[in-house]
Structure formats: structure tokens, C-alpha cells
Write a protein that binds this ligand. Sequence first.
Ligand SMILES: O=C(O)CCC(=O)C(=O)O
Length: 244
Amino acid sequence: MSTEAFDKRLINIPMLRESECASILEQINGLRHRWITRNPNRFYSLGRATYLDTMGIEPAKGAFQCRLKSDNYLLQISFKSLYLVLGELLQGVLGGKVEITREFAVPGFHIFLGEASAGAGMASPHFDMQYRLLKWAEEKDEAEPISFTLPIRLPRAGGGLDVWKDTPADMEGRYRRGEMASIHQYAEKLGPRHFHRYSLGHLTVHLDRVLHRVGSVAGVQPDDARITLQGHGRKLDGVWHIYW
Ligand SMILES: O=C(O)CCC(=O)C(=O)O
């Protein structure tokens, strides 16, 4: 079943042509010296990410604050037109003003090389809740928070997102009823998993908190790569704040 039919909370919007993805890829490769190693198993990011840099995965925790400015600056000057297109597209989909953050990490790239692109599917299912790790001037959400992924390069076998219908309210209900004590127990009780297939240059937007993880694909080759632009958004005071 296509995820379109399965879940209206996930939408796919054409954003870039293949040739545009290719030139962004060239830029990303040209910035190899600025890739941040996230895992020795060939997982990197270009740019800072709240979920990686504020949760102690990187040994030097304070690096988030120290390097945030210079990494944001690098991305903003290198991918200025990409952010412009992203902002316009999100504005069309979400309504209201859209602003790329000036305080937090700007949208950046996940980079999985070779086997790491398939291994990523072993990650735990999760809801994107990283906005809770940041200090916002305002806390009254005017809409459900969003997340998005733009594939810039995919393995030959393709790529996508594993998704489940279960909602944060389902999970909270199970906690309240004492049916589970941890997210790990929750993962054991999930409903069926669906695969939302990505298309190169098409932006997938989660119009709510969708339970997901990087999708598993079989047949990934050692010279494959899975490179995506990642980000999230929160609507506060009439403005969508876009960050990673
Ligand atoms: O790369 C993707 O497809 C999704 C990444 C993801 O699950 C996340 O960053 O929370």
C-alpha cells in the first residue's frame, strides 16, 4: 500500500531536478573536510543537528555551542539558494511565514556511505521531539511540529522511511494504562510497518509527529551513498521556525 493512502501526515513534493541534486552533491563532496563523523561505520553529517549534538553522542558535548555558528555560516553561504527554495516550498505547503533559524542548527545533511545506508534501517523507531531539547522564546505551538527529508543521493536500490501508524497519543495512552514502561517495550507492540519510498529531489514532509526510522533497503553496494537534507519546523507566534 502506498504511504499516501496509508497516512495523510506524510506528503511528497517535487523540489529539485536530478541535475540540481547532482550539483548539490558536488558541493557536499567538496566540503568533505567539514563532514562530522557521527559513527565509525561511515555515518557523517554536514552541519550540526540538535538530536546528535545535544545528546552526548559526540564526545565533546560543548562542541554544539562552539561550532554551531561556524557550521551554520558554512551551510548558509554554500547552500543559500537551496534554503530559499526550501523556505518558499514550505511556505506554500504550511501557510504562514517560514524562517530558517538564526539561533539553532540550520537544516543540514545526513551522509551514510556504503553499507551504512542499509544499516541505518536498524535504528529505533522514534517521534521527532528534539524541539524539547532547545530553549525557545515562546512555547505555545500553533500547529503540530513538522519534519522533512530531501534525498540528494540514494543507493541504487533506493531509499525511504519506515513508518508506523501509531501516534504519540497512542504511546502516552499505553504508558498511562501501565501497558509499557519504555519506548523499547513500545517498539515490540507496534502495528504494521510501512515503507515510504523516497524520490530523488522530492521533499517528504511529516505534517505531524510520525513514528519513523531510516528505512531499510536490501542490496546496498559499498560505493552507494544515502545523502539527505534534514530539518524540522515549529510554528510559534505565526512563524514557522525551521531548524535541524
Ligand atoms: O533520513 C531519513 O529518512 C529520516 C531520518 C530520521 O529518522 C531522523 O533524522 O529523525
